[in-house]
Design a protein around this ligand. Structure first.
Ligand code: GDP
Length: 202
C-alpha cells in the first residue's frame, strides 16, 4: 500500500466522541517506550505525525489519524507506565476498555512488544483480554535492529511458543519491525490493505 495522505483528525478520551466515519480502524497499543510513535511515523512516512515520547505516559488520549482517506490509524496511550497515578490508571483503563468494546469500526489491534524482551505479564494479560472479548489482534515486535538477526528469530520463536504454552492453540499474526531500519513496513501495510480490500469486497 502506498501512503498518499496521513492527517491527524482528533484526540479525545471518550469513545462516543470518536469520528463518525465508518472507515475501518486499526489500533496500535503497547507498553510506554515500546517504540509505538516511531513505528506509526515509519508506517505513514511522516516523521512528526505521532509524537515520540518526550515524557512517557503523557499523551493519555485516543488519537485518530486518517490514512489515504480510506482507513483510520488509532494511536492509544502506552500502558504500564509507573509514573501515572492510580486514579489516572483507572480512568485510562475505563476509556481504553470502552474503546475496544464499543468501537464498531475497529477491525484489528496491533499489540507492540519489544523484540528484546521476554513476555511481560501486562502484555500477556492484555492479549488474553483481547482474545476473551473476541477482538482480533496481531503482534508487532519492535526494535529488531537492536538484536542480531539470529537472535531476533529465536526471541520471536520463544515468545510465540510462550503464547502457545499459556494462552492459545494458534499464534496470532505477527510482524517483526524496526523503525530505524524501515523493517516490516511493507508487510504490515500489506496486511492492512488486504483486510481493507476484503471488507469493501465482502
Ligand atoms: P513510544 O513511547 O512507544 O511511542 O516509543 P517511541 O517511539 O517514542 O520510542 C522510544 C525510544 O525507542 C526512542 O528513544 C526511540 O528512538 C527508540 N526506538 C523506537 N523504535 C526504534 C527502533 O526501531 N530501533 C531503535 N534502535 N530504536 C527505536
Amino acid at each position: 500500500m502506498k501512503i498518499t495522505s496521513a492527517e491527524f483528525v482528533m484526540s479525545n478520551s471518550d469513545v462516543s466522541q470518536c469520528p463518525k466515519d465508518r472507515l475501518p480502524e486499526y489500533v496500535f497499543i503497547g507498553r510506554s517506550n515500546v517504540g509505538k510513535s516511531s513505528l506509526i511515523n515509519m508506517l505513514v512516512n511522516h516523521k512528526g505525525l505521532a509524537k515520540t515520547s518526550g515524557r512517557p505516559g503523557k499523551t493519555q488520549l485516543i488519537n485518530h489519524f486518517k490514512i489515504n482517506n480510506n482507513w483510520f490509524l488509532v494511536d492509544l496511550p502506552g500502558y504500564g507506565y509507573a509514573r501515572v497515578s492510580k486514579k489516572d490508571k483507572k480512568t485510562f483503563q475505563k476509556y481504553i476498555t470502552e474503546y475496544f468494546l464499543k468501537r464498531k469500526q475497529l477491525v484489528s489491534a496491533f499489540v507492540l512488544v519489544d523484540s528484546r524482551h521476554e513476555p511481560q505479564k501486562i502484555d500477556m494479560e492484555f492479549m488474553e483480554w483481547l482474545g476473551t472479548n473476541g477482538i482480533p489482534f496481531a503482534i508487532v515486535f519492535t526494535k529488531a535492529d537492536k538484536l542480531k538477526p539470529g537472535a531476533v528469530t529465536s526471541q520471536v520463536n520463544s515468545y510465540l511458543q510462550h503464547l502457545l504454552d499459556t494462552l492459545w492453540e494458534e499464534t496470532p499474526p505477527y510482524f517483526v519491525t524496526s523503525s530505524s531500519k524501515h523493517l516490516g513496513r511493507d508487510e504490515l501495510l500489506q496486511y492492512i490493505n488486504e483486510i481493507n480490500r476484503s471488507i469493501t469486497s465482502g
